[in-house]
Write a protein that binds this ligand. Structure first.
Ligand code: NAG
Ligand code: NAG
Length: 302
């Protein structure tokens, strides 16, 4: 029986691209140490923030190899997203990750032949799980981007006993009611990682204990403080920090898509330069980046 005990915060790391948009793996050790130094005990590689779906299999492997090396030093939990490409590639990435000894796998649904009901999704994840039989597997629910709108509580209940390595989901949706139902599925035995930066305080209040949020790269202290405040029943404090973080998110995302704007914010706010996003994502103009910088300063988050 494959165990999965990791709970808490996990940073969905960006892939660092050079100026010519080739992958840069040399920054990874410094990036891992920066996060570890800020209290981040887990990382997710090749999620949405990591642009895994914009990379070749070879590139994805090279990034995972570097993270697998450095987490041996930083003792961070290493979760790797292996989906979002043709199933044979998904299986190859899952096997590769398992061989490197990563701590868990996260998997998107097929993005073209989408599952339309829990049974379809369970049979897909079963195939993925069989490719990495000793590594815990989680499903990546992000309906706004995948268009896969399967009810998570229903899916989780139906999945019980069907996929030996299956342990939970990343729940990226603003529907907290559906998230709370997912927490209660299977008598609360599955891990449910919230993936919504602006809902941390609300979700932690409702019983979530785990999150994978992009801003953990940029302002790791905020989510850490929100979680601690809720655990200590300091609701006002949690709300105040959440408001500051949510205000920062609206400034950052004002002039573009989530990933390129968040990468620009990371470059402004931290010593780590993650470069630009790959097409089809469009990065910001110099004027937009300057405006972001002055607005973040005015909001006292830079
Ligand atoms: C899932 O199972 C839990 C019990 O483990 C139950 O309370 C809940 O109603 C079920 N939800 C759905 C949507 O089937
Ligand atoms: C609009 C803009 O700033 N585009 C830039 C995005 O990033 C690439 C790669 O660094 C640049 O070449 C573009 O000029």
């Amino acid at each position: 029986m494959v165990k999965f005990t990791y709970r808490g915060l996990c940073a969905p790391v960006f892939t660092v691209f050079n100026k010519d948009l080739t992958v840069n793996v040399d920054v990874i050790p410094e990036y891992a140490k920066f996060l570890a130094g800020n209290g981040i005990k887990g990382v997710l590689v090749h999620g949405t923030s990591g642009e895994g779906m914009s990379m070749t299999v070879t590139e994805r492997k090279s990034v995972v190899e570097e993270w697998a090396k450095i987490v041996k030093t930083t003792n961070q939990h290493l979760m790797v997203q292996v989906g979002g490409c043709p199933l044979p590639d998904v299986l190859e990435l899952a096997k590769h990750a398992e061989q490197l000894g990563v701590d868990s796998l996260l998997c998107l649904p097929d993005l073209y032949f989408k599952p339309t009901n829990p049974a379809d999704l369970i049979s897909y994840l079963k195939i993925v799980g069989e490719a990495a039989p000793t590594t815990p597997l989680l499903y990546y629910h992000i309906p706004e981007w995948t268009g896969v709108r399967i009810d998570m509580a229903d899916f989780l209940n139906q999945s019980v006993g069907k996929i030996p390595t299956f342990h939970g989901i990343k729940y990226t949706s603003n529907d907290l009611s559906g998230g709370a139902a997912a927490l209660r599925a299977n008598d609360g035995k599955y891990a449910v990682f919230l993936g919504a930066d602006t809902l941390l305080a609300g979700a932690f209040t409702m019983g979530f204990d785990s999150a994978i949020a992009t801003t953990l790269n940029i302002w790791p202290q905020y989510a850490v403080q929100i979680l601690e405040a809720i655990k200590a029943n300091k609701v006002e404090e949690a709300r105040e920090i959440q408001n500051r973080l949510s205000a920062a998110c609206s400034i950052v995302t004002k002039n573009g898509a989530w990933v390129p704007t968040m990468k620009a914010a990371m470059n402004l706010a931290t010593p780590i330069n993650v470069g630009h996003a790959r097409p089809p994502l469009r990065n910001l103009t110099a004027e937009q980046t300057n405006e972001m910088q002055s607005s973040l300063r005015a909001a006292s988050v830079l």
